[in-house]
Structure formats: C-alpha cells, structure tokens
Write a protein that binds this ligand. Structure first.
Ligand SMILES: [Fe+2]
Ligand SMILES: [Fe+2]
Length: 197
C-alpha cells in the first residue's frame, strides 16, 4: 500500500466498479441464507424479513425504508450476537442517518417485547429516550418487525423487493472515507473511496 502509485490506483479504480456493482446480488444471496431456520419461531428468518418489508410496503413506506425493513436481520448469520450492527453497516453508505440508526438500534428496541422473559431489562431502549429517532425506531418494531412472525400473514416474495434493493444499492450516498460535509458525489474515484480497504 505504501508503495502504491496513482497509476496503480487508476487500475484498481477501473476494476472496482464491476465488483461493487454486484453488491446487490451478494446482499440478496446472503438474505436468502436466512431461509429454513426458524430458531423456535413460527416462521423462518427469511419469511420474517419478507413480512417485515411487506408490512412496511403495505403501510406506504418509501422504498429505502422498505429495503431497510427487508434487510434489518440480514446479519443473523454472521452476527449471531450483534445482528443489528451487521445489517446497519451494510446499509450505512446507502441510506439516511435516521434509517441507519433505526436498523442499528432495532435489536434493543425490539427487546422491549421480550427481554423480560429472558431475565433482561426490557427498558434497555430507555437509554435512547429523547433521541430524535427514538419514536421512529419504536414504531418500526411495533408496526413491522414485531408483528412479522405470522405464518398466515401476507408475505410478498423476495423477487418483489429485488428491484428495490438494486435501486437503493445502486449508488452510495456517503462514504466513511469522505468528510460528511459535501455529501457523496458520483464518480469512480468516490466509488473506490466507498470501498477503500
Ligand atoms: Fe432483529
Ligand atoms: Fe426482525
């Protein structure tokens, strides 16, 4: 890395786009891994994800919100002890701050419904009371994430949401490697910055 030149990065930059462009395929493939594991629930993890997205969509939520609903548990496989962090990290370049926060904190807010059955503090979310996106996250769990375990409820197929995922992941809105001031303009250099090692 230290010995790399601008010439090298021109070559790397020219190839980054095709790899990054397949990110929606990898995300969708990873989401599909949730199929088949119910974990004691009445529906498997993929059905829960689809139902959460279906509820949000039927309630008139915008596309970005619906995609967040679809992917909020995508971290279940690799983040078995911190699944919300994984989903939030994947979504972060592509969604608003409020949607990122909502996905990142949903595990704690969802806990209000069941943590007390496990000897945990159901009010753990209270540490965030007063935060500007508290109500948004509380609502996500109450209206979409919480009820989405019903084997009889409408469950739109993954194919229905696939174009939404592709559109939301088409272009990063921001990069961890670019100052927040000024946003995230399009362009191959910025695309590389979005995926810098
Ligand atoms: Fe979750
Ligand atoms: Fe969930």
């Amino acid at each position: 890395m230290e010995a790399s030149t601008a010439e090298d990065w021109k070559i790397i930059g020219s190839q980054f786009g095709s790899f990054a462009g397949k990110l929606p395929d990898r995300v969708l493939a990873h989401l599909a891994l949730l199929e088949g594991d119910c974990g004691g629930f009445a529906v498997d993890r993929l059905t829960h994800s689809l139902q959460t997205a279906t509820l949000a969509h039927r309630d008139g939520r915008d596309e970005e919100y619906v995609v967040c609903a679809l992917l909020h548990d995508v971290g279940d496989t690799l983040g078995s002890y911190n699944h919300a962090d994984i989903a939030a990290a994947i979504l972060r370049p592509f969604v608003s701050e409020e949607n990122f926060w909502m996905v990142e904190k949903h595990g704690i807010f969802q806990g209000y419904f069941f943590f007390h059955h496990l000897g945990l503090d159901r009010d753990l979310r209270e540490q965030f009371r007063g935060h500007r996106w508290f109500a948004r996250t509380e609502e996500f769990c109450a209206k979409y994430d919480g009820p989405a375990f019903d084997p009889r409820a409408e469950t739109l197929p993954l194919a229905f949401f696939e174009p939404m995922v592709r559109r939301v992941f088409a272009r990063p809105r921001r990069s961890l490697y670019v100052s927040d001031k000024g946003g995230m303009p399009a362009g191959p250099d910025r695309a590389v910055a979005g995926g810098a090692r």
